[in-house]
Write a protein that binds this ligand. Structure first.
Ligand code: FES
Length: 313
């Protein structure tokens, strides 16, 4: 049985599960991965767990993530690159040369090798899986970063990029409750993949509400695409929140939880998906714990700007 892994160092939380019976010890557990409450609830990181007796564990993964195949090293060709906001680029990658469909779940991510370097960076798929293996990623443009500099200075269609996929356990589960999606910055990438998947299936009868937060209005991207989901997904709504409302922004401002539909969260069971920088994810988790909203399941992915550490997406 393959348990999805990423850092193997007790930091990323990808391999998280819960011990249902038996005894165990854990080596290093970063507090970003499991809180004291998580530990008290017998949550574990499999990469750090040593079993001390017969034991059973529960993992909230789709069983297809635990197959024998695991991630694969692949190659794609750049088919498009464009800057879509002050801080964001979109990379289109043609992996059509690979036989068979690249099997990933909307919300998962890939590790891309920056051409001409030994540096790898992780990005969530902004596209749904398809038979033609046309992939897309939102790339955050940092002032000075390995992938950012490549995107700005050297990336042109036809170039080859090696990548490893699929990775991660942040993916859209069976939709059986209203969905609340919370995207911070380029965390939007994972939700674009999920929403493209829902639009393609065309049978989602639950409410889907996306909250998209950015620091400045000039960071916003893919607004036409977001607007198109109102036509393509029944019961879809999107609210955009700008933290620092300079440059003439007339819309919602502040922090995302201030704009949640409290009535909905208090009266209905719901599933919430959060993808963004760690402080945003932590703030949402704290808000949910503090406000005592109704029955819900929370799935989240943290990512950090990086010049070396993990960056997702
Ligand atoms: S693989 Fe990252 S915490 Fe286990």
């Amino acid at each position: 049985m393959n348990i999805p892994l990423d850092c193997r160092e007790g930091v990323c939380g990808t391999c998280q599960g819960r011990c249902e019976s038996g005894s165990y010890t854990q080596d290093y557990v970063d507090e970003e991965a499991l809180s004291p409450d998580d530990l008290a609830a017998r949550k574990i990181l499999s990469c750090q767990t040593r079993v001390q007796s017969d034991a059973s564990f529960y993992f909230d993964f789709d069983s297809s993530l635990c197959g024998a195949g695991g991630k694969r090293l692949l190659t794609g060709q750049v088919s498009g690159v464009r800057q879509v906001s002050k801080t964001t680029a979109i990379l289109d990658l043609d992996a059509g040369a690979h036989a068979g469909r690249l099997d990933f779940l909307p919300g998962q991510y890939a590790r891309l090798k920056v051409p001409g370097t030994d540096v790898w960076r992780s990005y969530s798929f902004a596209s749904r899986p398809g038979d033609d293996n046309q992939l897309q990623f939102l790339i955050r443009l940092l002032p000075d970063g390995a992938m950012s500099n490549y995107m700005r200075e050297r990336c042109t269609p036809g170039q080859t990029i090696d990548f490893e996929a699929p990775l991660g356990t942040f993916y859209l589960r069976q939709v059986e409750r209203p969905l609340v999606m919370v995207a911070g910055g380029t965390g939007l990438s994972a939700f674009l993949g999920m929403l493209d998947g829902l639009a393609h299936k065309g049978n989602c009868d639950q409410k889907v509400h996306l909250y998209y937060g950015v620091t400045n209005a000039r960071d916003l991207c893919e607004l036409d695409r977001l607007a198109s989901y109102t036509q393509r997904i029944a019961n879809f709504a999107c609210d955009i929140v700008v933290t620092n409302p300079s440059d003439g922004w007339q819309g919602r401002t502040g922090l995302i939880p201030e704009h949640f539909d409290r009535g909905m969260l208090e009266s209905n069971p719901f599933d919430m998906y959060v993808c963004g920088p760690p402080p945003m994810v932590d703030a949402i988790r704290a808000w949910l714990a503090r406000e005592g909203v109704g029955d819900h399941r929370l799935y989240y992915e943290k990512f950090a700007d990086s010049n070396g550490a993990q960056q997702v997406p």
